[in-house]
Write a protein that binds this ligand. Sequence first.
Ligand code: AMP
Length: 171
Amino acid sequence: MIDLKSRILDVPDFPKKGIVFKDITPLLADAKGFAETIDRLAEPFVGRGVQIVAGIESRGFLLATPIAYRLGAGVVPIRKKGKLPRAVKSASYALEYGTDSIEAHADAFSQGAKVLLVDDVLATGGTAAAAVKLIEDVGGELVGAAFLIELGFLNGRKKLPGRRIESLVTY
Ligand code: AMP
C-alpha cells in the first residue's frame, strides 16, 4: 500500500490564518497514488448497488468522477449556489460567520436512487450534512459517504449520525 499521507501537504494559514489546509494535489498528480486513492475509496461500496456518486464542488468532483466510473455509477455535481443552470434544490450550512448553501438539480436522479456522497475532506461535517439533506430532498437514498481525509479532532461524524462514513486518512 502506498503511504497516502506522505503525498498530502499541510499548508498553514490557508485560506486564512489558523487553518491548516490539506493540499491533495501532489497525491492526485502521482499516478499510483491517485489509482490507489480511487480504488480504496470505492472498495467499501463495490456490490452495494450504488447508482449515483455525488461529488461536492470542487475537489470532490476530482474524486467522485473516477469513483463513479469504478463503481459503474453515474456522477452528479453538488455545486455552490448559483452555478447550476436549471431548477435546483438547496441546502444551507453554517459558516464561521453566516451561512452558505449548496445546490443540486431538482431532477438530478430518480426517486429512490442509491447515492454515494464523496468529498476530499470531512472537517466539521457541516458541508456533508447539508449534502446528505440535499440528496434526500432530491429523492436519493444515501448508501454512505466517502472522504479521502477526515479531521477527527473536528468531530464531523457527529453531524452524520447513523450514516456509513468511510475515510482513508485521519488527522
Ligand atoms: P466542513 O463543512 O467543515 O466539514 O468542511 C468541509 C469542506 O471544506 C470540504 O469541501 C473541504 O474541501 C473543505 N475543507 C475544510 N477543511 C479543510 C482543510 N483543512 N483542508 C482542505 N479543505 C478543507
